[in-house]
Design a protein around this ligand. Structure first.
Ligand SMILES: C[S@@+](CC[C@H](N)C(=O)[O-])C[C@H]1O[C@@H](n2cnc3c(N)ncnc32)[C@H](O)[C@@H]1O
Length: 214
C-alpha cells in the first residue's frame, strides 16, 4: 500500500521543514533506494520528491534502486515501465549487494531510503550497518537518509547506527524519530498533504541528516 509510505515521508519532511527550514533542491532530486527489492515504493518516491501528487509521475525525480535479489530486481523493472513496456527513464535498478567494501557509485544523492531493512531477520545487524554507512557516504552534504520499519526490532537497530558511524567530516544526526505511528488525522505538508490511510506498514521511522562536524 503506497499511502502509508507516502504519509511517513510527509511526516519526515514536515519535521525537517518546520524544525530546520529544510527544502529539497530546486533542480532534479536524486534518490538512492538501498534494499529496494521489487521496489513497491518506487513510484511513491518519484511522485513525492518530484513534487507531484500520489499516482502522478514526475520528470524531476530520479530513483536508483539496489538489491542483490535478481528476481526482485526483475519485478522492480517490470513495475517501472510505460504502457508499451519501455523502461521509464527516471528509474534505474542495479542487481548487487551492498557490502563493507562495495565500490562507490559515481554520483551522490539528495535522499537515501532504506525501507523495511529487516534488520535482525535477514542479514546481521553489522551487515545492515554497512548498508547504512554506504548510504551516508552517498549523500550530498546535508542530505537525508530515511529508514522505515514494520516493527520495533528494526526501528531500535536503526537508532543505534549513528553511534557506530565514525567519519572525520560528518555526523548522522537524527532529525525525525517516529515510533509506532498509527493515526493520520491532519493535513500539514504544504505541497500535497496526507492521504487518509491508517495502514501500519511504515509505522516506525528514523531519519538522519548528514551534518558537517565543523
Ligand atoms: C524486506 S525487503 C524490502 C524491500 C523493499 N524495500 C520494500 O519495502 O518492499 C529487504 C531487501 O533487502 C535486500 N538486501 C539484503 N541484503 C542486502 C544488501 N547487502 N544490499 C542491498 N540489499 C540487500 C533483500 O534482498 C530484500 O529485497
Amino acid at each position: 500500500m503506497p499511502e502509508a509510505f507516502w504519509n511517513v515521508l510527509v511526516d519526515v519532511f514536515e519535521k525537517l521543514n518546520s524544525g530546520e527550514g529544510y527544502q529539497l533542491p530546486e533542480g532534479p532530486v536524486n534518490i538512492l533506494n538501498l534494499g529496494c527489492g521489487a521496489c513497491f515504493e518506487g513510484r511513491v518516491l518519484n511522485s513525492f520528491f518530484g513534487g507531484e501528487h500520489l499516482g502522478q509521475l514526475s520528470a524531476h525525480c530520479f530513483v536508483t534502486g539496489i538489491d542483490p535479489d535478481e528476481e526482485a530486481i526483475l519485478q522492480a523493472r517490470l513495475k517501472h515501465q510505460d504502457d508499451k513496456g519501455a523502461d521509464l527513464p527516471n528509474f534505474r535498478f542495479i542487481t548487487d549487494a551492498v557490502k563493507k567494501d562495495s565500490a562507490k557509485l559515481p554520483t551522490l544523492f539528495d535522499v537515501v531510503i532504506m525501507r523495511h531493512h529487516n534488520g535482525g531477520m535477514t542479514g546481521s545487524e553489522a551487515d545492515w550497518f554497512d548498508i547504512f554507512k554506504f548510504g551516508m557516504e552517498h549523500l550530498t552534504d546535508n542530505g537525508v537518509l530515511i529508514v522505515t520499519s514494520y516493527n520495533e526490532v528494526e526501528y531500535s537497530i536503526s537508532k543505534r547506527w549513528p553511534y557506530l558511524w565514525r567519519d572525520k567530516k560528518f555526523t548522522p544526526r537524527i532529525v525525525a524519530d517516529i515510533p509506532h505511528r498509527r493515526h493520520v488525522e491532519h493535513i500539514s505538508w504544504p505541497l500535497v498533504g496526507y492521504h487518509p490511510e491508517t495502514w501500519y506498514e511504515d509505522g516506525y521511522c528514523v531519519a538522519f541528516r548528514k551534518t558537517s562536524n565543523k
